[in-house]
Design a protein around this ligand. Structure first.
Ligand code: F6R
Length: 608
């Protein structure tokens, strides 16, 4: 996720771009840049760091006045967040300049072709291919050249592009990643999101997927990817700035819950082949080494630890390697036995959690190999790992992890299948089936989000409930644990996540009328056993809510059943957790709490 802004018109361009980028900083903040054009000259100013660093740099470099400009704030997905990889990117001759949001899935093939044709690349980004492709189409009007580039690019992306020879034109294009036009009087704006131009205009034009738009000071022209002219559809923005930054949602947490289908799509992008294989070329680790591994250790904290629990089931089931999982702050103190044939997987969305860093350092010191799973490119975990798998969820502003958790699950499932593929521990046909099912996850999570209203109505009855249990077995167990953690941290009510079968060994003494028990029943090989455990809770007076797959006849045990789309065991963790995120959210908001900033918590925990 990154932020794009563009402006053509009479105002000082830089004074539109920099505040616009500041309003988009929630979309990414590891590097930023602007490009400004006037009468054949182009200035590109960019830097690693936040928008404040860019503002300081622009102050020092004092760019020439311009009549159009584009800007970008980045959340890295390809290449480290440094100045060279910061956007905008230009072609070899500096004639075309581009900013981009999203992932160009076929960038490696495009880059190889362009390099063979003599283009020289300066960055590690996927974006730069667009600038070089456009340079080869310099005889076409920019809008037509961008249309052709869109037709050759795969994946979800949004672009804003300028050319030195057409100084009063910005061309934008969209497929899967957001892009809107702000319509002014003798001026126009282009942006990833409305807050970038809301202080200047409330008139906007929505750009649908697979559209290319040409923005001039006095006109907006829209075409589809076949080149047909389309009538732009105008809308008025009713939100204030604060609501617009949250995309119209009342909180960042709810916005991020709803971003999950897109985020999961990004996690999967370019990582599976058409033939149903997992392609993790970015995982810079010798396959022979992965074949020699004889034991796996997964370490993480909090929500990331729940992703580790799922990873254990997945890796053991798919590779038959033994997997140990540890809460990172406990790992070192039990003297675990590791050596050169051990693989440590460290999971941390921030990549800066000190307990997790200490745990992976311990593993490395014993000679183990380290794969990091992180949401932040070039985080400490990423730098210290032998290989990294990024979750690509984009920045998460809400303190409670939501989209970073589901993307961790997906990334770890990909990693589990990749290990199985490399080690030959699973039939390729079975891998292909699971890969194809994974590609359905974005759509299935979208369906799971549909239960929000129903869950809100349900939780309204629970104002006085003080005790919740979340129960599951096997793959449903980590989901239950995560449901309980979400409720504790944002609603401040006691919630226990437990293995359903373990309740009878003690905690069942706490079950009585007035306790809510949420059972997760998506893992088929433990379904019957979990349902029997839920009967035990019901017999003691608890209110029973089940999260179950569409079509599964579980009704008799439950006071209420929340449905999620049916899917293979373990993959279902991704959809099953969505109702539990919504449940925590609605309980917390009914109690009037600030879900984005729960008390006593920090987004990144850098103390032991
Ligand atoms: C819960 C939550 C925390 C984090 C934990 C680890 O919603 O956000 O439990 O999961 O602090 O953080 P990372 O993944 O950054 O290491």
């Amino acid at each position: 996720m990154c932020g794009i802004v563009g402006y053509v018109g009479p105002r000082p361009v830089i004074d539109v771009l920099l505040p616009g980028l500041t309003h988009l900083e929630y979309r990414g903040y590891d590097s930023a840049g602007v490009a400004l054009i006037r009468d054949g000259s182009m200035d590109v100013i960019k830097t690693a760091g936040r928008i404040a660093d860019l503002v300081a740099l622009v102050g020092r470099e004092a760019p020439r006045p311009a009549i159009s400009g584009i800007g970008h704030t980045r959340w890295a997905t390809h290449g480290a967040p440094n100045t060279v990889n910061a956007h905008p990117h230009t072609d070899d001759g500096g004639d075309v300049v581009v900013v981009h949001n999203g992932i160009i899935e076929n960038w490696a093939i495009l880059k190889r072709k362009l390099t063979e044709a003599g283009h020289e690349f300066t960055s590690d980004t996927d974006t730069e291919v667009v600038a070089h492709m456009l340079a080869d189409l310099s005889d076409l009007p920019l809008i037509e050249a961008v249309r052709q580039v869109m037709n050759q690019s795969e994946g979800a992306l949004a672009l804003a592009v300028m050319r030195r020879s057409e100084p009063n034109v910005i061309v934008g294009a969209r497929r899967g990643s957001p892009l809107v036009v702000g319509r002014g009087d003798g001026e126009n704006f282009l942006a990833s999101d409305i807050p970038a131009f809301l202080e200047h205009t409330r008139e906007m034009v929505i750009i649908e997927d697979d559209r290319v738009v040409e923005v001039r000071p006095g006109s907006i022209r829209l075409i589809d990817l076949e080149g047909n002219e389309l009538e732009p559809e105008h809308r008025k923005v009713e939100w204030d700035l604060e609501a617009a930054e949250r995309g119209g949602y009342p909180t960042f947490m709810l916005k991020e819950i709803h971003e999950q289908p897109h985020a999961i799509g990004d996690t999967l992008a370019g990582r599976v082949s058409e033939t149903g294989r997992v392609v993790l070329d970015e995982l810079d680790i010798d396959p022979d080494l992965l074949r020699r591994i004889d034991k796996v250790f997964v370490v993480a904290c909090g929500t990331s630890y729940h992703a580790a629990m799922m990873a254990k089931y997945a890796i053991e089931r798919w590779t038959r390697l033994p997997v140990e999982i540890d809460i990172a702050s406990e790992f070192r103190y039990r003297d675990p036995v590791l050596d050169e044939r051990s693989l440590v997987i460290g999971i941390s969305q921030s990549g800066e959690t000190i307990d997790t860093l200490a745990a992976v350092r311990y593993g490395k010191a014993q000679g183990a190999n380290l794969i990091g799973v992180s949401n932040v490119v070039d985080s400490a975990l990423a730098r210290e790992s032998d290989a990294v798998l990024y979750t690509r969820a984009g920045p998460e502003i809400g303190v409670a992890a939501t989209k970073t958790f589901t993307t961790q699950l997906v990334a770890l499932q990909l990693l589990g299948l990749y290990l199985a593929q490399v080690r030959g521990s699973m039939d390729p046909g079975r891998i292909e089936v699971l890969v194809r099912e994974m590609l359905r996850l974005p759509e299935q999570v979208e369906l799971a989000l549909g239960a929000s209203g129903e869950i809100e109505r349900l939780t309204r009855k629970w104002k006085s409930v003080r005790d919740y249990f979340f129960l599951g077995r096997s793959g449903d167990f980590p989901v239950a644990m995560e449901g309980a953690l979400k409720l504790k941290e944002i609603a401040y009510v006691r919630a226990e996540g437990y293995a359903a079968g373990e309740m009878k060994h003690g905690p069942i003494a706490l079950i009585e009328k007035g306790v809510v028990v949420v059972g997760v029943v998506t893992d088929s090989h433990v379904r019957a056993k979990t349902l029997s455990n839920m009967e035990e809770m019901r017999a003691r007076g608890a209110t029973i809510v089940l999260v179950a797959e569409e079509g599964d006849d579980v009704g008799a045990v439950a006071d209420h059943v929340v449905r999620v789309p049916a899917g293979p065991d373990l993959l279902c963790t991704v959809t099953a957790v969505v109702p539990l995120q919504l449940l925590a959210y609605h309980v917390a908001t009914a109690r009037g709490l600030d879900v984005d900033k729960p008390r006593n918590l920090a987004k990144t925990v850098t103390v032991e």
